[in-house]
Ligand binder design. Sequence first.
Ligand code: BGC
Length: 768
Amino acid sequence: MKNYLKQDPWCIIEEGWHPQENKITESLMSLGNGRMGQRGNFEEQFSGETLQGNYIAGVYYPDKTRVGWWKNGYPEYFAKVLNACNWIGIHLKVGEEEVDLHTAKHVSAFRRVLDMQGGTLFRSCEVELNNGKQIRIESLRFCSMAEDTAGAIKYSVTPLNFSGTISFEVFVDGDVKNSDSNYDEKFWDAVLNDAGHNSGMVTVSTRKTNFHVCTAFAFTMYENSVEMEFQGKPTLKDKYAGVTVNIEAKQNVTYTMYKYAVNLSSLNFSIDNLPNEAKKILKSITSKGFESMLLDHQQVWADKWALSDITIEGDIMAQQGIRFNIFQLNQTYTGEDARLNIGPKGFTGEKYGGSTYWDTEAYCIPFYLSTAPEKVARQLLLYRYNQLDKAIENAQKLGFSNGAALYPMVTMNGEECHNEWEITFEEIHRNGAIAYAIYNYTHYTADYSYLEEAGAEVVLAIARFWSQRVNFSTDKNKYVMLGVTGPNEYENNVNNNWYTNYLAAWCLNFAIEVMEYLKAKSPENYHRIVEKIKFDETHELKQWRTIASNMYLPFDAKSEIILQQEGYLDKEQILVKDLPESSRPLNQKWSWDRILRSCFIKQADVLQGIYFFEEDFDLDTITRNFHFYEERTVHESSLSPCIHCILAAKIGDYEKAYEMYLRTSRLDLDDYNNDTEDGCHITSMAGTWLSIVQGFAGMRVVNSSLHFNPYLPQQWMQYSFKITFRKALLKLTITKDRIEIENQSGISTVLSVYDQEYKLDANSTLVI
Ligand code: BGC
């Protein structure tokens, strides 16, 4: 666990430079706006430990899969979100010496601050160069939330002990690589570049996928607050455009460059028009100016915080932790484009390729449902609807028919592109999470239009898959599901994973309900769908009912424990508390076969099912299974602690709930798993939000109304959060002696607190 950042309610602050932690800080201080993102890299040259990263949502490269022994069914490629053109670059020279914090003689007064309230990254430092000259550097930058193709930087240099030549080479550089490239290839080809005296641009295209991205910049220079005239000298190189300005700098005078940049991709603009469109947007932001762009950007952030902030009093670490999670989620996904989704690392690193996992449906949807306009979660659902044909094709390739769909475990464009067949391929439970998210959205919002227009088709195709994926065991006289991997990836290719079987049965029942609903309430859509998918109502509904009610669900009658899978109790039963510290984390210390043979669990599996379908289980069952499985769980997936926090709170084990909360909330800030340098765990950040709202505040939607069962962790003085439920905006504050629910909208609502029902009029407050 690292502890080098300052505690602050709104900022992540590195005071004094920590070069050995630089890659971690770069991940933590990433900025994004849903369309693009940038790690907290330095603008000037840096030859020390760094992972350069600038990512454009949806622009990917299909990197050929690397395996020793190719087998049928392996995906051809692993999609990778690309490290794209570096738009922040400014080479700085003092005399003949290039400023590089790694090689400089001395760096002092270093400060790097991510301001989460306003979405900016600030850095200041004093640098003594090897030539004895000292300068102060200050930079402030943001990826605009208001104009999502644009970013801007205010970059100032002050000579502290000399007057003399300082040269700025402002550039964009598309000659960049992914550090995770399978064959050490570069993914970009040059298309064109151009530079003038104060501007330049580079267009590059991706190999194979042929995305074109045009990155353009323009800049202005100021001496203190007076704009300078200058004649920059252009430099063009392969995929590179730069402009050099030499300044005869005076001691203690500050020279400030405003660099405006845009990143436009062929996802949103026609290839031929990219340079012109880039120039147009660049002109508009340059004339708007840095300060005014910043105000627009901060206004968008203010609006986001007004809906999604959580305040915690009495525990600054917890406050900083939760805001960091909310900040990252909001800058990763904005719901503007249904072709985009949420990579497990968002825009903060290359790992997981920026692709979509079941994480979105299982963890992220509830966050956006409650804290953003309805459209945002709907767009995430539409993403899957738009990929339904590909999911049907996927299933066909594996021998399924009749419109059965198997959504990929990892995808960019609807095709399966995971890179670890043995682990991920058999996690067919992802199909269930997608159906569950449709249920969740509809139940939460009461907006049936998505279900009617699109979601029903997804649910039905998924139901068809399950009905073909099971087989009838004459031995058990039940339907069974063989050869799967549950969410617990420390078991592979097991038979009858309880979670998968339970979820599949639920999906089949849900699909039946959906058809009944459509028939009664939306006959036009009913007929449209029956026709489109050639639905054989009598046969299919009957078959689904039979399977759902005869699904094999492994259970140990003696201990009354749900079995994670058949045979789970044959394993040597050891508890995590009895594992020596030296064998943790298992995935780094044990051989893979030893992990697979052991009873140890990576992340919630049975408990994931109990979490989804809590209403199906009594408190005793939840408590018994929670204790049994939690004691065997090593939480080596970042998605694990949140589910345990919520269930621990449900059964009243508040100490465990808080322990689990701490693990999720500051996972990246404290580099708990020693892997933040690869990027932040964006999707599990939604789990942190869930831990407070569903865990500590006990929020559930039961029979169409909100229920709360709040308690205050003893470490806190009070906490407060907002949620939007069916257009009503509610602010809950939980203190030591009261619960306050403020309806900040013009819509009245009915809700329950500790099972007591209350009517909350528009713009009124309930105090309990
Ligand atoms: C987890 C998966 C998850 C993936 C991406 C893995 O470590 O086990 O459940 O989908 O990470 O977050």
